[in-house]
Structures are given as structure tokens and as C-alpha cells.
Design a protein around this ligand. Sequence first.
Ligand code: FAD
Length: 544
Amino acid sequence: KPVRERQRLPVVPQGIERDEFLAALDELKAQLGGEFVEVNDKPLRDGWYMEHPNTHDMMTILDEEELVASAVVYPSTTEEVQQIVLWANKYLIPIFPISMGRNLGYGGAAPRVRGSVTIDLGKRMNKILDINSEDYTCLLEPGVSFYALYEALKEKGYDHMWIDTPDLGGGSVLGNTLDRGVGYTPYGDHWACHAGLEVVLPTGEVIRTGMGALPENNTWQTFPYGFGPYSDGIFSQSNFGIVTKMGMTLMPNPGGYESFMYTFQNEEDLGPLMEIIRPLRIGMILENVAQVRHIAQTIAVRGHPRSKFYQGSGPIPDEVLHAAAVESPVGDHTWAYYGMSYGPPHIRAYKLAIVDAEFRKIPGAKKVDPKSLPEDEYFWSRDRIAAGIPDIHELRWVNWTPNGAHIAFSPVSPIRSADAMKLFDMGKKLHHQYGIDFFPAFCVGLREMHLIVEIVFDRDDAERKKAAMDCLRDMIDQAAALGYGEYRTHLVLMDQVAGTYSWGDGALMKFNERLKDALDPNGILAPGKSGIWPKRYRGRGWEM
Ligand code: FAD
């Protein structure tokens, strides 16, 4: 794996002199312990997924120095998080919380404001505080990864409970859930499956949400709402608080499971396929967050570099993709649907027969026989993930270019033919215009789908990085003009995406700004996250 290091001058937060900043850090060292406050004065090291940096985005689309931390601090308790927040208010220093900082494609560990002090919660606050084997729930600190939670259930012999994992299992359950990330079992909507938060507010107070506000209770993880306004929502994808504990529900072991894969011949089959998927998905015959993947990604996830198939510039031609796919289970087809059926054999057989009859209405649809697939075939990675078993096979498509990095475009739409085709055509046209390979995958939620388009680029190629950014910016604007918005975005695109949610003369952003100013009057917590700037920063040229 490549290790990239850059010599550099350390950065300090804007508005404070270097000496004053270092003296302020000494004060924090006295409270947390010297080894738990690190100045970021070393070369930036990108590492790789399992040894990622916490100082910057290892897959940055800008220069690495643009969004970089001045220091990293490591609290071990909620009380220490409170101390850090009070310290930041005293010196007006921007702070940026990460759980594990593996938010790759959306900003990694980078703070939005250059020179922020990163609070790396995950390093020391990494305990599974509770697993309740009767209620099928758990209570987690920020540093618990999907792998760690999975292993803990195995160690305790709790085979009756499953976790839900995203495509990569190394991230934090809490961090991924706060960013409203997705996994691929029926519990794939992580935010919908959480229950209860503990939050340090930007002024230092601690609150517990839902039933957690009742001093003595045993329902914090079983009933998410409590009494009164449901406040959890304002702590997801926001900069209104630092979450120090989160409850999560666990899925009952369904008593059996079976992955299946269908392929569809033509690009245009996407439209009719969506019309078939929608009622099956809403009716829970298709039970999990399923993926409809384009052949380009099928090729890329095999882990070979693009240069193995094509040396020309511009997007890889369709005929090259099809020639490359002949060795894959997709063969000469274009789309692959990966799904899983849950339950004992007779229950699965009932549902799978319906799926089979419906999918075969598309001329040429093929069912792939899993028995024909070798052990390292991508299908088996999807099989593990849809069974809640963490994995990292998905990383392989990042090898598509040298110094491979990626950034995501993730609009949502209903599960309809017209919507799928409009987004697909728009994305394809713009990728071609900018000479970029197009990797679309539709992740079907319940009544909506996220189109996830990953642009893979060479971190050392300034021209390709610019093309990727221009393409993303155009896709965001054109999607908004067609009526589609992103469910989540990279730090550098947050202002633009927030700007597209402009109904009522930007009424929602005005509301968010009012909340921000009330909760964080000094504007210290993650300024600019999700496009929400505190008063002290607003209109002063921070937006991009
Ligand atoms: P972090 O980086 O720690 O946090 C995520 C965000 O939440 C950050 O913006 C941070 O500011 C905020 N945050 C974190 N902790 C706190 C806190 N305690 N209080 C307040 N705010 C906080 N993601 C998916 O959801 N599904 C996928 O299938 C998926 N597939 C991927 C495939 C590949 C190949 C790659 C490279 C990435 C993929 N991702 C996917 C994106 C990403 O890897 C995961 O979402 C990952 O879990 C996020 O990193 P993390 O959990 O370490 O969160």
C-alpha cells in the first residue's frame, strides 16, 4: 500500500497567534494529559484504509493542506469532551469531532475549516457499554467499529443477533449513523435504527435524548422518542453537538439467508427494472437495501487498474468494458442486481419465486448460479455484507487509477423508471463531457433509492482532480434543476448542496442558522459542516 508523506509548515487556527495557540494547547494538555494533545506538525501521511490519518482527508480532491487540522486531541470520557468544548469557547478555536475518521468519499477525517482542532473521539472512547440480548439493542461509544461490534457478538455467543454493516466495516457505527450512512440488511437505514443519544452541546452542557432524559429507566434503547420534541434529528449531519454515546438496535437472526444475483442485458433495462423493483421492495419481498450496479463498477471491483483494459484518455469505451466483463459473472450484460432473501428455506423459496417471475419479465434477464462462482468473486462480499458480516472487498475499485482516491455524488429519488433514467443519462453525459469513467450504483432503500456515483481519481493528477470537481459541481446543479438532492456529501461540496435545498427563500437554512447561533453562540463547533456557518463566519468568504 502506498505511503505518501509531505514536508510542511504547521497550521494554526485563524484569528489566534501561534504562541497563544500553543499556550492554549498546554492548558488542554494539563487537563487531558500531555500525550493526548498532539500538534499536527509532522508530514501528512495518507496511509491506507486500515491505517488512515486523523489529520486530513487521505483521499483529498483539493490540496491536502486546504482542509487540515492544527492539532488532534483524544478525550477518554464525556467530561473530557466537555472540558475541550469549554476550552474552545475560551479561545474561540474551531473544533471538529470525528468518531473514527473513515468517512472516505465524504471528507475522511478532515475538518471543514482549515486549522480546526480535531477531536478524535474513537481512539479512547471505544467501549461497547451494553449489549442487551433480550431487547436486541446495544449502547456504543464513538470508537466502536462495525468489526468490533460484530466480534463482540460472536465472542459472547449471541448468534441470535445480527449487526448491519456498510460496504466497508472499518468505520464507526456511531459516526456512520450520524452521517446517515447505509448498510445492506433490512436494518440498512442506520439512522432509523438508532435509539437514544448522549450529546455534549457546543456550550458544554450534556443532554440525553429520548428515554435517556428519564433519570432511572430501562427503555433508552427500546423507545427512541421519549416525550416532547424529538431532538435526535438535529444532531445528525449537523454541527449542533458532539455525540458521546448512541443506542443501536440489532437485527434478529432470520434463521437462514440466501444471496441471489440477476443480470440484465441493456442499459435501457434500468427503467423497466425499477418499475419491477418498486412494489417488490415496498412490499418487502425484496427485503434488503439492494444494489443495482453498472458493468463499469463490476469490472473495477475486480481490483485491476484501468490500464489493464484501456490506455487511452477519455472514458473507457463500452465495448472495452463488455470485453473485460466476459470473464465476470455479468458476462455480456450491463446491470447486476445483488439481493438477499432471509428466513428458513420454505419462506425464502416463496419470496424468491416471486422475484424470479418478476425479474424474468425483462427480456434476457439471467439468474447467476452462486455455486458457479469462485470464493473471491465479489458476489460473496455482497453475501457477507447482506448477512451483517463486515468486509473490505469493496475497496478494490479504488485501485482503478494510480494513487486511487474517490469522491461521491449521491442523489436520492423515488424508485421509478423516469427518475432512474434521468439521473443516469445526466450523470453519463457529464462524465463523458469531463472524460471520466462512470460508476453508477443504485442502492434501493424502501420508497427511495440513493444513486451512488463514485468518481475515482489520481490524487497526484491536478488536472483530473479539477475535472472531477467540475463534473461533481455540474451534476449537483443539474440534478437540483431536475428536482433531485443529495442525501449526503463531501465537505468541499456542502455549501453547494445545502444551497440547492432552497425552498421558501432558503427557509430551512435560516432555521438551521438560528439553531446554530442559539446553541453555539461562539461558533466553535465544526463551522461550515453541512453548509451551516455560525454568525462569526457567515458572509466572510468561507463558503466554497
Ligand atoms: P466518521 O468519519 O468518524 O464520522 C462521519 C461524520 O460524522 C463526520 O462528518 C463527523 O464530523 C461526524 N461525526 C462523527 N462522530 C461524531 C460525533 N461523535 N459527534 C458529532 N459528529 C460526529 N458509507 C456508507 O454509509 N455505506 C456504504 O456502503 C459505504 N461504502 C463505502 C465504500 C467505500 C469503498 C468507501 C471508501 C467508503 C464507503 N462509505 C460507505 C463511506 C464511509 O467509509 C463510511 O460511511 C464510514 O463508516 C464513515 O466513517 P466513520 O464511521 O469512521 O465516521
